[in-house]
Design a protein around this ligand. Structure first.
Ligand code: UTP
Length: 275
């Protein structure tokens, strides 16, 4: 059975982007004229997903409004040359459905994913963290779907990082089973460089089998007192059921200012090169 639901945890406070994120969700910050979350939704549609399940929180209503029809605005610009600016988002809204659920307390990524459970009715689903913006010839999630079809277990996207950055990521270790694939046997959340088991860091793309929910349900708070997805995944890894996939493409960590500016410059240059 094809997997068709992509979950977007988008309830975090985005404190590194204050004051911009005081009233605007981090996931709605734009790279050029498009919000981060829309890039993520486009990547999911390209990979064959048609149900976008979004975990939101207080003060995040802009997300629901963005992925909805704006009759007043559309009526206002109908027949003018401004109409073209809404074509892309309108097409996207027509292609998929959006469902929402609120995370009442920000208890970490694992807790956000568990909160999304009522929106998932499949044996596996994808997760995109929209602040990790990925660009690639073949979308990163499309690449991962191919891996899922091959291995039929949870897939995490990984990237080689400088070891001194390990305390910002979940780090994996595993047995290399293919050019770009590792069967994971160890995962450590945000280790200090001397404790990092490798330089392979998990980025914001996952395909998870739905038994993850039971594991998350029973998961005790880990690093920083948060329910960590890495800890639940480690339990799947102990049964040999997690593959780390070194994706092809480039990722921008738009959750911090440097990565955000790199993405803006990259996309602006790409726009100029195409006009
Ligand atoms: P981050 O840790 O990067 O986001 O979580 P944050 O907490 O909003 O950012 P800072 O550190 O305060 O600046 C990665 C993703 O997981 C979501 C966030 O919205 C982000 O998309 N998340 C995180 C949740 O949905 N709920 C949580 O409890 C934590």
């Amino acid at each position: 059975m094809n997997i068709t639901t992509c979950l977007f945890p988008a309830a975090g406070y985005g404190t590194r982007f204050l004051p911009a994120t005081k009233a605007i969700p981090k996931e709605m910050l734009p790279i050029l004229n498009k919000p981060l979350l829309q890039y993520g939704v486009e990547e999911a549609i390209d990979a064959g997903f048609n149900n976008m399940a979004i975990v939101t929180g207080r003060g995040k209503r802009a997300i629901e409004d963005h992925f909805d029809v704006s009759y007043e605005l559309e009526a206002q610009i109908r027949g003018t040359d401004k109409e073209q600016y809404l074509v892309e988002i309108r097409n996207l809204i027509d292609k998929c459905s959006f469902t929402y659920i609120r995370q009442n307390e920000m208890k970490g990524l694992g807790h956000a994913i568990l909160t999304g459970k009522p929106l998932i009715n499949q044996s596996a689903f994808a997760v995109i963290l929209a602040d990790d913006l990925c660009t690639a010839e073949e979308g990163v999630l499309s690449q991962m779907v191919r891996m899922y079809e091959k291995y039929k277990c949870s897939i995490v996207a990984v990237e080689e990082i400088e070891k001194n950055q390990s305390n910002r990521y979940g780090i994996i270790a595993g047995e290399k089973i293919d050019d770009d694939c590792y069967r994971v046997n160890l995962m450590v959340e945000k280790p200090e460089p001397e404790e990092a088991p490798s330089n392979l860091a998990i980025i914001g793309r996952y395909i998870l089998t739905s038994d993850i929910f039971d594991l998350l349900q029973n998961q005790k708070p880990g690093k920083n007192g948060e329910i960590q997805i890495t800890d639940a995944l480690m339990k799947q890894a102990q049964q040999g059921k997690v593959i780390a996939y070194k994706f092809k493409g480039r990722r921008f960590d738009c959750g911090n200012l440097d990565g955000f500016m790199e993405a803006v410059n990259y996309y602006y240059q790409a726009l100029r090169d195409n006009t």
